[in-house]
Ligand binder design. Sequence first.
Ligand SMILES: [Zn+2]
Length: 400
Amino acid sequence: MATHPIPQWFEGSEYTHEVAACITKYGPISRITLAHILGLSQGAVSRITSDLIHSGVIVETDPGEPMSTILPKDFTIPPTTERRGRPQTGLKLNRRSKTFVGIKLSGTMASAVIVDAGSGIVTGCHEEAITDTAPDMVVNVILRLVDDCSSEAITAGLPSPCAIGIAIGGHVEHDTTVTFAPFLHWEHDVDLSALIKNATGLPTGIYNDIDSMLVDACWFGPGVGSRSFAALTIGSGVGYSLAMHGKLIDCADKSYGLVGHIPLDPDGPSCESGHRGCSQCLTNDSIADQYSQLLGKPVSFDDFERDVHNNVPQATKLVNRTCFRLGTLIAIISNIAMPEKIMIAGESAFIAQRGLDALRDGIGAYRHKQASPVEFEILDHDWALWAKAAASRVIVDHIG
Ligand SMILES: [Zn+2]
């Protein structure tokens, strides 16, 4: 593998890239704070930031614009430094200088948004059905979405997108080649990055979807500044990813579902592999089966979701049971991986919102009572956010 599919935004030393990354995460930020966080001299930071201003990557804040209050966990600005002299000018990313397309592919639909350089969504979410999952057909869908999104961005006076990020549920190598994509039924390796670049002319990175949600959170969301942060998703499958100091913990096998079969409930339903009460009981298909058994007739996951929102007692019962099991999984993750915070996301994250007490009971049942509470955040499901997360990966690679 010669080069990464996403070119670098600017030339510079390792420190130049670190300074740009730090400004992206924590800006607006003063030069003096940057120097303290990165352990660099103020002279070095001044030289690097003036290069970055010159190349249009960052800009100085407007007069009176406040500094960001988000800083790395446990970092405090030394008290002697900020007092002296005139007020510091802040530095921030030049957000409107570039745009990026982010696309989330599922087995049946592609969702696309355009984001600015700070991963703020600047267009509507464009969606198109995937009726044929052959790679060429999927590329045609992507091409139409890129055209639609780009037109909207350009009409709004924004720059034309400079790169594309695609998030898929599956395994990707070198950020270019899909080697396993169960929802798309691809049986051979597909160099999706090259196919899309040929069709659109834009550099394209391909990424695992859950990893993308986690990287997005650690650079542009609730994980910024945290030492360790985990994402857990529920929906058609169960997904998990962990970051330390904002960097993904990489493991060649993780896209194959490391937390898909964790034992959670000895009285739970059996999975295809013959486990009883493993974490497959949190998936949509299993929940549809369990709900069918509760009602004594075959029903779909959509029926369950509708009944949850209508407060049908059997649906509420299954929500609470599912949330206790989800809480058990969260406790296991907290006890073993020790993340500071867990983000719960995915198409079925609404279940967690509906059974918070049972979720906390599940966590409590497997944590020492003197252990600190597990910090978690439940994300409302929105395909636009998954698409944005794919674009965030591109930005991170572009900044280097
Ligand atoms: Zn299992």
